[in-house]
Design a protein around this ligand. Sequence first.
Ligand SMILES: NC(=O)c1ccc[n+]([C@@H]2O[C@H](COP(=O)([O-])OP(=O)(O)OC[C@H]3O[C@@H](n4cnc5c(N)ncnc54)[C@H](O)[C@@H]3O)[C@@H](O)[C@H]2O)c1
Length: 286
Amino acid sequence: MPEGKGQPERKGRPERKGRMEGKVAIVTGAGSSGPGIGNGKAAAVLFAREGAKVLLADQVLARAEETLEMILQEGGEASAFEANVIIAEDCRRMVEAAVERYGRLDVLDNNVGISRRGTVVEVLEEDWDFIMAINVKSIVLSSKYAIPKMMETGGGSIINISSIAGLRAHSSTPYTASKAAVIGLTMSMAADHGPDGIRVNCIAPGLIFSPMVAPRMDDDLREIRKSAAPLRTEGDSWDVGYAALYLASDESRWVNGITLPVDAGLTVISPVTYQTLGQQQYVQPV
Ligand SMILES: NC(=O)c1ccc[n+]([C@@H]2O[C@H](COP(=O)([O-])OP(=O)(O)OC[C@H]3O[C@@H](n4cnc5c(N)ncnc54)[C@H](O)[C@@H]3O)[C@@H](O)[C@H]2O)c1
């Protein structure tokens, strides 16, 4: 069996350096749709904090610039780039910009995504096409241009942001279908590009509190969401960002094709997990 390319050698305990030292990353949707820290913004800040040079891509340049401001204040290195990642030419320019500005490309965090509710009876055809484009095609187009650049330097890491809505029904059929597609896309990409040293993994965030969902939340709803999972605490975008940081760094060098739920354990329980049912009572063995 030929050895995969780009597998960084494990050299014992490294001297204290940033976990992303020497790496160049693109984060799509690196701004936040509202005040606060979204998943893309958190990942971008953490990548930069750990030594990466980060291209902050967003359809709304001002949002990427807010993230840039935060990174620069911390002494990190990054730049903003305006791109609509459902347009192939924008994706091509985005990848070119990262390589021109920083000389290489190691990490692509495909974070852009939107949510829409509705059944197949309710959903409008144009809304279906739009959500599939934003949540799935954007990953295909960004990766199409990023992978050849990663291959030039021996490999890289791609992180696709799905959702637990891609693992379970979620009263939002177009969103669930698109986020399940992201999981399938991740597995297939991991198989296709692993031999070139490119790892492709997926994160499935749970019911986190972030700018994306904040406008739809009140305190009661936040409490219900919080108590739904075994940990009974509220997650935020930093939880998702730290998962992305692990998958982007060489610490995950042997992790490929996975979907990592970041959900306080919500998807491992069932509606009866906390009910004591007669037939499940513990019987002392004789
Ligand atoms: N926040 C949650 O509760 C939650 C839960 C599960 C999964 N997710 C997933 O996390 C990802 C995004 O999280 P976030 O918190 O960063 O969202 P966000 O809405 O705060 O930010 C996303 C950014 O993407 C940009 N964007 C939107 N469409 C774009 C396009 N076509 N091209 C370029 N940029 C575009 C927006 O301008 C915005 O700045 C999505 O894939 C979402 O489905 C979020």
